[in-house]
Design a protein around this ligand. Structure first.
Ligand code: RIB
Length: 295
């Protein structure tokens, strides 16, 4: 079960705050902690903990943060031979409120130095994996190159379009599973996503562009999936949220593992939902997943 992953690696500087700071305001945080993060790294670590061989293609900086982030990935069983060093490691300044919600400022650093050329050099990794997992914290032309290679070799392509941006039809037509949250779905399609009817309309638009299946994550409301054959809802479990950072990433990592195991779409989403629900009960985006949840 091999997954290739093209994505970001960050160090997360996390501040617990009573509420997200307002424009022009200075706000005391009640605690501060440093965690390993980056949507790519979070998804890789989740998938690796769940038993996948994850081959990471990305970049960290030529700095202490870069060394720490690489050691962390290695410790978590992620293959890092295709992670290069250049510039400064990406960072995320994260405010986490008392309700567990967050607001994030990103410094992309080395993540924005992952080029299509680097992807071409690692084409063998993509063509020999079962699935390719990506997000949008590396440049779009890099994502496009990786998806093009995966599509040429008939691989499963799972694109988590976060942070959201408009995506070209030439990319969407090669995406097997697109996994936006409701805000990203609205931003990508220009369709409000407040009612189920809206969500269906937005998903239809993406399916018409050639996406295989859309899986929309809606936090405590669960998730909605749709393709040309089926659609449905998967309920989220009720949990006390401590920190929602990385919940979407854990969902994507686990979803990829479910699909690579050959599980059905619905059961892969149910598995991903269970893992994401655990992650929101912990601080940081890469908590250790307990053995009881691994199956
Ligand atoms: O999805 C959460 C992640 O977004 C954080 O770990 C942060 O690094 C940003 O990339």
């Amino acid at each position: 079960m091999d997954i290739s992953l093209v994505g970001s690696i960050n160090i997360d500087l996390v501040y617990r705050v009573p509420y997200v700071v307002n424009n022009g305001e200075t706000l005391h945080s009640t605690s501060h902690s440093v965690h390993f993060g980056g949507k790519g790294a979070n998804q890789a670590v989740a998938a690796s903990q769940l038993g996948a061989n994850v081959h990471f293609i990305g970049k960290v900086g030529n700095d202490d943060f870069g060394d720490q982030a690489l050691n962390n990935l290695k410790d978590k069983g992620v293959y890092i031979d295709s992670v290069q060093k250049e510039g400064a490691t990406g960072q995320a300044i994260i405010q986490v409120t008392e309700t567990g919600d967050n607001a994030i400022v990103l410094f992309p650093g080395a993540n924005f130095l992952v080029t299509p050329k680097q992807i071409e050099e690692e084409a063998d990794i993509i063509s020999s994996s079962k699935a390719l997992l990506l997000q949008l914290e590396v440049p779009l032309d890099t994502v496009e190159k990786a998806v093009e290679i995966a599509a040429q070799h008939g691989k499963i392509v799972i694109l988590n379009p976060a942070p959201s941006q408009k995506l070209p039809d030439s990319l969407l037509k090669n995406v097997t599973f697109l996994t936006p949250n409701e805000t990203e779905l609205a931003q990508m399609t220009g369709i409000e996503t407040t009612t189920e009817e809206d969500i269906r309309a937005a998903c239809s638009l993406l399916l018409d562009k050639g996406v295989g299946t859309v899986v929309v994550t809606l936090g405590s409301k669960g998730s909605f999936y749709m393709n040309h054959e089926e659609s449905g809802w998967v309920q989220a479990s009720k949990v006390d949220a401590v920190d929602t950072t990385g919940a979407g990433d854990a969902f994507n990592g686990a979803f990829a593992v479910g699909l690579c195991r050959g599980n059905s779409l619905r059961s892969s989403i149910e598995f991903a939902t269970k893992i994401a629900a655990f992650v929101v009960t912990q601080m940081g985006a890469q908590p250790l997943i307990p053995h009881s949840l691994l199956e």
